[in-house]
Write a protein that binds this ligand. Structure first.
Ligand code: FES
Length: 571
């Protein structure tokens, strides 16, 4: 076994190793510095990230496991992001959180790290940071909450907020009943229970090979999560001994496996930007088109909201992630490794499926072709994405006049104006919501429908935006339009009344005006304004350096890895 990384701080009898040891002695065992591995528990628990608030309890089980295996557990609170709380959008801070995590892992005397995350951006940020420092690492996904019910019917976090609020606007649900549902929405600790971004990224962390096999999707209140957290602590000690790092585990095959799983699970479109960003930290070649090439032919097997009916608790009860992966085993890269040192497919075994309504067999899928479709055309030369499984089939081929909004505030101000010239055939366009324009690429793309159309019974329309959509949302929504309007993309030149053509089967997104006319059109003045950089702080750095959605919306100076070495002493 190689000398431990932590020994660079602690070994020897010189003044500096004295200093590093002496201040750490408080309560550690006498042999703590005699070669035992020091394992950080990078913990995103925070009262302001309610989905992760239980992670301190999980951390205690991880620490017990580390102790049991002979390691020294060290709690390391890291930047946390509460999706429902943080303004203007948690995505603005994902790269900052990843940078802070990376730097603190590198700066401290640790040999491996256990990453505790849950809420949407936390697992991506942890994986991005861990990939760039490339220390041995393993994830414990915090797990989904239990299913709440309202009026005897299960409530899907997020998805039912959108649905119920549209019912209020349509006049079919009273405001008082809507308020009453609020107390039933969040039943327990854990993250959102739909197949939203948190569920998707927790499951994909396992498909990537970065968790103890079998842990992902375990509900947060389930005692089996703590048992698995304990086992993960023991595994982290083994990782420190073997030196198995993210760069050892994560290959192109791991990411393609994640794309297959994303399709079969009906996972969140946000996984596209997160997986691209993680791959970018490792230098693994992965492109937006890989999502279409690899995922488009994969059947949708899981009947979970927002694409279907059930919730994460049901998926776990029905057999969980391994039961889904076993159905598409032949599509998975057999060589893609996990943190155990063995390939993912070797861990699948022959899982039983206990509810075929929730997990469908390959020969009777929910939809034969799922995944993410990547569209191109004169409206999105760099690409745009749509999740056909969450869209209305009759709108996947559509031609309609644009109704353009220059900000989400513009949507709120004008959408319900009875004089707004809009019909069910109109295409709602929202721009200025990309990484640079908002800034931070918020989840506003699933803009609400005009109240007068809701009252007529319309429940979906084609919507196009350069922002993102909550993984819990649904509808015929074209997202991540690249380049974004505020960075000079053609979306910024569209005018209300232009005819928009969406053709998902042929992967096209166009505005029906001659290219020459589009080229000489000026962008809307609001888009030029949106690109004015903020004066200072992270927002300034972010706007100056963030890339577009098609490459993961990471900051250019954070791409790649700097390794785990620090050459200079602190004293
Ligand atoms: Fe945290 Fe949905 S708000 S996972």
């Amino acid at each position: 076994m190689q000398a431990r990384r932590s020994a660079q701080w602690y070994s020897g009898d010189v003044r500096n190793s004295y200093i590093h040891r002496a201040w750490m002695r408080r309560g550690l065992p006498a042999d703590a510095f005699d070669g035992r591995p020091h394992i950080a528990i990078a913990n995103t628990a925070s009262d302001l990230t309610p989905c992760n608030a239980h992670l301190n309890e999980v951390a205690r089980s991880v620490a017990d496991g580390i102790h049991r295996a002979g390691g020294i557990p060290l709690n390391l609170p890291v930047v946390s992001l509460g999706e429902t709380q943080v303004r203007p959008t948690a995505m603005l801070w994902r790269n900052m959180a990843a940078m802070a995590i990376e730097e603190m892992l590198r700066a401290n005397p640790i040999d491996a790290v256990v990453l505790l995350g849950g809420c949407d951006k936390t697992i991506p940020a942890l994986l991005m940071g861990a990939a760039s420092v490339d220390l041995p690492a393993v994830v414990v996904p915090g797990g989904p909450m239990l299913t709440g019910t309202f009026r005897g019917v299960p409530l899907g976090c997020g998805t039912d907020v959108w649905k119920l609020s549209e019912e209020v606007r349509a006049g079919t649900l009273s405001a008082a009943e809507f308020q009453r549902s609020e107390g039933s929405m969040i039943r327990s600790k854990g993250h959102c229970n739909t197949m939203g971004t948190a569920s998707t990224m927790g499951l994909l962390a396992e498909v990537l090979g970065m968790t103890l096999p079998g842990i992902a999707g375990t509900p947060a209140p389930d005692s089996r999560l703590l048992e698995a957290a304990h086992a993960t602590g023991e595994l982290a000690v083994e990782l420190a001994d073997t030196g198995r790092r993210p760069s050892t585990v994560l290959s192109r095959g791991s990411f393609l496996n994640a794309i297959v799983a994303l399709a079969a699970l009906g996972g969140s479109t946000n996984a596209v930007v997160h997986l691209l960003a993680i791959a970018g930290r490792l230098g693994v070649p992965l492109a937006q088109d890989d999502f279409d090439r690899t995922g488009a032919g994969v059947p949708l097997l899981v009947d979970l909201q927002p694409a279907g009916r059930f919730l994460m608790d049901d998926l776990y009860r029905a057999g969980g992630l391994h039961a889904v992966l076993a159905e598409v085993r032949d599509l998975l890269d057999p060589a893609a490794l996990t943190v155990t040192g063995r390939p993912l497919v070797e861990h699948l075994g022959t899982p039983l499926v206990y509810d075929r309504e929730v997990i469908r067999p390959r020969e009777a899928p929910l939809q034969p072709h799922a995944g993410i479709a990547v569209l191109r055309g004169n409206l999105a030369p760099g690409g745009a994405v749509i999740k056909p499984a969450a869209a209305s089939p009759h709108l996947l081929r559509h031609r309609g006049p644009a109704v353009v909004f220059d900000s989400i505030e513009d949507v709120h101000a004008r959408l319900d104006d009875p004089d707004l010239d809009v019909t069910a055939d109109s295409v709602l366009i929202l721009r200025g919501c990309g990484p640079k324009g908002y800034p931070g690429m918020p989840e506003v793309s699933n803009m609400p429908l005009p109240a007068k159309l809701l009252a007529q019974g319309v429940r979906d329309m084609v919507r196009i935006c350069d922002g993102r959509m909550s993984g819990t949302a649904y509808g015929t929504v074209v997202l991540h339009v690249t380049p974004e309007a505020a960075a000079g993309g053609p979306l910024g030149k569209v005018r209300t009344g232009d005819m928009i053509i969406l053709d998902v089967e042929n992967r096209r997104l166009d505005v029906d005006i001659p290219d020459i006319e589009l080229a000489i059109r000026d962008p809307a003045p609001e888009m030029v304004k949106a690109f004015a950089a903020p004066a200072r702080g992270w927002e300034r750095l972010y706007v100056d350096t963030v890339g577009q959605a098609d490459t993961g919306a990471d900051c250019d100076f954070l791409l790649g890895s700097s390794g785990d070495q620090v050459s200079r002493e602190s004293h």
